[in-house]
Design a protein around this ligand. Sequence first.
Ligand SMILES: Nc1nc2c(ncn2[C@@H]2O[C@H](COP(=O)(O)OP(=O)(O)OP(=O)(O)O)[C@@H](O)[C@H]2O)c(=O)[nH]1
Ligand SMILES: [Mg+2]
Length: 680
Amino acid sequence: MRTYHSNEIGNVVVLGHSGSGKTSVIEAMAYRAGISNRIGNIKDGNTISDYSPEEIQKQSSVGLSVIPLEWNHCKINILDTPGSFDFVGEVEAALKVAESALIVVPATRGISVGTKQAMHQAQDKGKMIYISGLDYPNAEYKEKLEELKMTYGKAIAPIQVPIMEGNKMVGYVNVAKMEGRYFEGEQTHACPIPDNMWDEIMPIKDMIDEAVANTNDELLEKYINEEPFTKEEISWALRQGVMNHSLIPVLCGTNQIGIQIVLNSMVAFFSAAGDMVNSMVVKNIDTDEDDLIGFDESLAPSLFVFKTIADPFVGRISLLKVCTGHIYTGMSLYNVQKKEVEKIMKGKDLIEVDELCAGDIGALSKLTYTQTNDTLCTLDYRIVYEPIHFSHPYFGKSVIPVGKSNEEKITNAISKLLEEDQTLKFVNNPETKQQCLYGLGDIHIDTVVTKLKTRFKIDVKLDNIIIPYRETIRGSVTHRYKYKKQSGGHGQYGDVEITFEPSHDYEKPYIFEEKVFGGAVPKAYFPAVEKGLIEATKTGVLANYPVLGLKATLIDGSYHSVDSSEIAFKTATIMCFKEALPKAKPTLLEPFVTLHVYIAEQYTGDIMSHFNKKRARVMGSDILEDGMIKITAEAPQAEVMNYAVDLRSMTQGQGFFDMEFLGYEFAPDLVQKQVIEARK
Ligand SMILES: Nc1nc2c(ncn2[C@@H]2O[C@H](COP(=O)(O)OP(=O)(O)OP(=O)(O)O)[C@@H](O)[C@H]2O)c(=O)[nH]1
Ligand SMILES: [Mg+2]
């Protein structure tokens, strides 16, 4: 592959519902562009894009992949993404480096949740829609097109209309050029527009002409004077429309045919990386100001790492987009975040080119310090690119390694997977002794389990995360306990009278005071009493959860000049606690979290009534600048453990949220009963 310049490079993210046919259409593009000499398919697990064992097993994409194609003297880096919401982190990374988006809509299903999500994700990019699967017997091209028009209005521009014979697509009319083409094997040849299609074609042609007329005064005058536009004028105008987001060309075909026009249209209508529309703001570290820069080859070199792959054989592979200048093997660049210098080396089987220009995407191996979201640049022009804001993981499961050898290997393996995937989190909880893995949903976590098995040969089981309940008291009680042992020689003697009452401070296990009169318990033994409290509050009397919010006042006691000891007073305190607390209205505390949920207005009702069912309190709702609604609620943690999945199904995948620990509150009787029962 030759070196391409920024005005010859385009980066296109392919988006759409899971199973809409993204990977398949990309496979066909790669074949047409001569990258491969056969079209692989999902069922045989031999596509260029879905190559990992997990993807072959699931017959579905799991990670993003980059497929560079050469077409019409340009380089198009196609970014294939998984449609499943659980892998949205991969989409977020791909969106960061793509200037344009191709959205795949299946002719059998039409506008699904995934389509809406894709249109939303690509709202600030030039877009094209590909209606795929026209070979299915139940394909409904016209209905899907109508649906698109209803949903997205005038922007929808079906520049290609299929010529159907029964259920079979045998060719198409290119409405921009007003010419028909028939399929003949892998080739197409020109044909007249079929007579029965003029009624369908003319309104579309009128719509395109209108759009062309609206792009500038010169063309408007031509339109008013009823002069026909040239093909070049139409193409230029469509490109302007796509770049300013006022037009979304719609193409159609299958995973075998109709591919060439997609490739032609991407080159014709999508912006090149080097175009001014793709400028962005970066932070200049030396001046502490924001610089507006484009993908400009004349500037000092810089690059942004948008994805890391931990390959068990090759090691770390960093996927990057060159933002400015040129990068070439042998040069050194400075990692701004890590404050380290990295040498750019030619990776085995990875970089096939010696040089990459601004706007291009490539892969580097053997970077020592660099991770996803890092910027590499020169010391003369130190800048930082805005990081990818990945979705936060709130869906958790406890991971239990099967067998001793897996226990030892798991930390290392998971740390590699964490490096690859910024939407995963791994937390060791010493209290519950659980190793907790957090992700974006159940499929996400299950895929990690598969990766552990296939890549690292580690078997694990999953379990629910234990909710960290606490215990406290609501009443007060004064209790005396005398610990006395006489077993020959030295005895044990500790005697304490303690008042236990609520401290109302649920951030601390206890507050200790003493009001001992006349040295009934010598001062020297107060620390021993406190040690007893530290020990005792670790395990409550209801369900063995740690205790919070206790006030313990030592009011009386006695001692023995020979037999009293620190250990004796500590033991007396622990025993006193155990006997007293059941009489002080012990109560379970449950953890509460604050949720901020961001949704489109139409989902407000569903979100509110769902919160109601989950014992949550809605604290307020705000309308944000972009029209989104932000709802703040406080809810018991146990009720919102699956909120990632619940919110997705309520908002068709368009809502997002964050969650943080709020504090502890008294659990209602029913919850208390259930929790105590479960701990027996
Ligand atoms: N007949 C027919 N089958 C298709 C077409 N496009 C895709 N398929 C099949 O539909 C299934 C799903 O296609 P994929 O390409 O994996 O879909 P995807 O959008 O990449 O799915 P995810 O990676 O899960 O998001 C596969 O079995 C394909 O062979 C098409 O145009 N015609
Ligand atoms: Mg796929």
